[in-house]
Design a protein around this ligand. Structure first.
Ligand SMILES: Cc1cc2nc3c(=O)[nH]c(=O)nc-3n(C[C@H](O)[C@H](O)[C@H](O)COP(=O)(O)O)c2cc1C
Length: 306
């Protein structure tokens, strides 16, 4: 039996990554109902909104699902309390030190996975006592590692650094890519971009349609002085690039970024002013699909296995 399936009680070792403004209860429950593990993206939800999504997700599936918690979340104590009160079984943490919350979550009987972008941080995950590691490469949509290590190089390095169950993320959107990372040592995958563009994703149609028309080279990793983020090239990213080229300080970049740009771009569909987070793999897809269609495609191939 595959260790990732066993750990999370799922049929296929395919996790839908938590994604701000995309992964509410509709997307997460659809992935779980199709035999994967759906994750609610707490990063864009106020604590009580997260509670509502957890309850709706429970009503929409009797299969396991989890919550992604970016550890820089401002009101994280309240959020953690809600996860306990709602008896969430699985938490994927990211963007922070796994030592801070893993012990607390494990005491509550919650399974914990943490996202890393280097083998050094995989070691820290082991020390913190996580149950599984997600290693996410440079191709991925959203926030990313500074080192720019690609999935192809990262997975074998993390495989050498840890014996824990390992999921690969970044640039994975097809059954062939799943087979490839399994050969490199991963036991499962976390997919973001492809699920962000499904019918069940809560992203705006403008955002989905734009991403489904992208070509190779249409995304770029920017904002390395603040928090490196892969974005679709746009008027906004040109302004960021100009500022970065003249050596703008982190404070200047913060001011340029302002507040709420990811919501504006992904959820409200403002393609000029918004922050449009998506991965390189978007350029492989041209049509909006349902989660069930994608899961069928990803799991029917004999290459994927269980
Ligand atoms: C629109 C978008 C929003 C994301 N938001 C988050 C987030 O809130 N927390 C997180 O840990 N990862 C986030 N990610 C990363 C995904 O969870 C996942 O690890 C990544 O997308 C995998 O790479 P891929 O995009 O190549 O599939 C986001 C990705 C996208 C595309």
């Amino acid at each position: 039996m595959n260790r990732v399936c066993e750990l999370f009680g799922i049929e296929h070792p395919i996790v839908q990554g938590g994604m701000v403004w995309c992964s509410g209860w509709r997307l997460a429950s659809a992935v779980s109902n199709a035999g994967g593990l759906g994750l609610l993206g707490a990063g864009s939800m106020h604590p009580e909104v997260l509670r509502e999504h957890i309850q709706k997700c429970k009503a929409a599936t009797d299969k396991p699902f989890g919550v992604n918690v970016p550890l820089m979340y401002p009101d994280i104590d309240t959020l953690m309390k809600i996860l306990t009160e709602e008896k969430v079984g699985v938490v994927f943490t990211s963007a922070g030190n796994p030592k801070t919350w893993t012990g607390y979550l494990k005491e509550q009987g919650i399974k914990v996975a943490h996202v890393v972008s280097s083998s050094k941080f995989a070691g820290k995950c082991e020390e913190a006592g996580v149950d599984a590691i997600v290693a996410e490469g440079f191709e991925a949509g959203g926030h990313n590692g500074r080192e720019e290590t690609t999935t192809l190089c990262l997975i074998p390095a993390v495989r050498r650094a840890t014996t824990l169950p390992l999921l690969a993320a970044g640039g994975i959107g097809t059954a062939e890519a799943i087979a490839a990372v399994k050969i490199l040592g991963a036991e499962g995958v976390q997919i973001g971009t492809r699920f962000a563009l499904t019918k069940e994703s809560s992203a705006h149609e403008n955002f989905k349609n734009l991403c489904l028309s992208l070509n190779e080279g249409d995304t770029k990793l920017l904002l390395k002085k603040l928090s490196p983020t892969r974005l679709v090239k746009s008027d906004f990213t040109s302004a960021v690039e100009t500022a970065e080229a003249r050596g703008a300080s982190p404070d200047e970049l913060r001011e340029l970024l302002g507040k709420g740009r990811a919501k504006k771009g992904i959820f409200e569909g403002d393609l000029a002013e918004g922050e449009l987070e998506i991965g390189q793999v978007a350029s492989l897809f041209r049509h909006q699909q349902s989660v069930a269609e994608i899961m069928n495609e990803l799991t029917l191939s004999t290459a994927v296995g269980k």
